[in-house]
Design a protein around this ligand. Sequence first.
Ligand SMILES: C=Cc1c2[nH]c(c1C)Cc1[nH]c(c(CCC(=O)O)c1C)Cc1[nH]c(c(C)c1CCC(=O)O)Cc1[nH]c(c(C)c1C=C)C2
Length: 493
Amino acid sequence: MPRHIAILGGGLTGLSSAFHLSRRFPNARITLLEKQNRFGGWVRSEQVQLEPTASLTVEAGPRTLRPAGKSVLELSLLLKTPRSAPAAHSRFIYAPTIQPGLTSIPTTPLAFLRSPLRVLLPDILREPLRKSNRTATTSQSKNETYDESLDSFLSRRFGPELARVLGSALVHGIYAADARDLSVRAAFPSLYDIEDNGNGSVVLGILKMMMGIKKPIPKDNDYELGDVEALMQGIAVYSFQGGIQTLPNALVNALQSKPALELCSEEGVAGIEMRGQDGSFVVHTPKRTLSPSHIISALPLHSLQPILPSYAPALPHLGANPSSSVTVLSLIFAAPPHTIHPAGFGYLIPRPKDDYSPSALGILGTVFDSNALPIPPGADHAHEAKYTKLTVMLGGPYPGALPQDKTVLLAQVMDHLRSALQRDLPEPIASRVWRQDRCIPTLRVGHRQRMAELREVLEGRVWRGRMEVVGAGVDGLSVGDCVEAGRRVGARW
Ligand SMILES: C=Cc1c2[nH]c(c1C)Cc1[nH]c(c(CCC(=O)O)c1C)Cc1[nH]c(c(C)c1CCC(=O)O)Cc1[nH]c(c(C)c1C=C)C2
């Protein structure tokens, strides 16, 4: 039984860990240590005041949640009722080599036939005829250690052009990374399983799944969901009034009312030692020394490495994954959404044919926020419909530096928007820029195997299972993944 648990990091994973551990071990002392002066990590919602009585929420990090993430639904029930909003389903890519302006991503076979993306259709139709072609022998390719990049996977099954156009765009929109670096097993595990189900063909695997021949594995149902799941029927994405920040804020409020729980901001960890009495750890902060019996590290892996004791055997693989930096530029226009962009979720931009150039501005995609989460129930329709919110994401795998001057950056982005959206656009009435440094870990090929080895060492003789390492760089980076990781910590204590 843990006597005192130190949680390192006050992002969503750290807060979720604190919340669930305090329910599981009500008698344990819990200390959460966060270096910044705020909690929530990359989640950051801000209000932009437009009129004396009207403001809009803009997001520097994630902006929508999916109802499939049961751990978030559970939390929102335990903490606060979510605001739901119907989602815009249309998604686009901007690939001027295929068509000027935006190209709608087709969702039915007929729409595919009519779309300019039909140039990729032969690659898809030929795929079931291609022989099973994993590079290793069948027995190796089915085992845990087999891995390859998403680009290699898609190129192998569908050819390099489909991998470049669709695969790279997908990876930009989630990982802001190069699809040639990203592990298919870690980032898109279901794709790998679908290939297995189709005996080597992804298309046959999908068809079998649609026909119910191979049913997806049922998910864990052990969540306290009340009626919130029914509320979410038919909803693709949702958020909260006040933005995603509502979630960490509600967690902080709930945690502050727990007497055995100490939430400390502006108190990072300077070092961890293993020389405490009774097998406890020693955790040094600039302000004090703690002696926890157990530790949860919810820090980015690259931040954990330098605070570990130099005399203990090193934890493996903490430095294996690089992280992408993303510049997030939110724009607000004083015009209704239909005058600014087509109805839809937004668009993604594939890797250029001649690769990522240092001279490119490096736009990865744009989110049509006003459509992705339209006017919330109960909001002032008249004022919300007067404005359009959109967010342009830049950086990731592009090696060039962005203009430091916001006016220059804005002018270049507006030029891009005018050619992508193929219309004259008014100047935005408000804008916000966030430079999110090393915010999204790129789960490189071999990630799952490396994490299995890391867990083995943590379970071993030295760490004895008393420290757990969790977070976006380990288990997955969506809001749902982070909350879920926090829900699972300490399960074996
Ligand atoms: C700061 C920018 C981010 C980019 N990706 C992420 C962030 C925080 C993380 C992320 N984005 C998505 C997922 C999958 C979510 C899931 O539930 O499976 C993750 C982990 C998908 C996504 N991508 C964009 C949006 C609006 C969404 C929905 C979820 C969300 O609101 O984050 C748009 C987008 N994100 C990035 C880029 C470059 C981009 C382009 C339009 C990077």
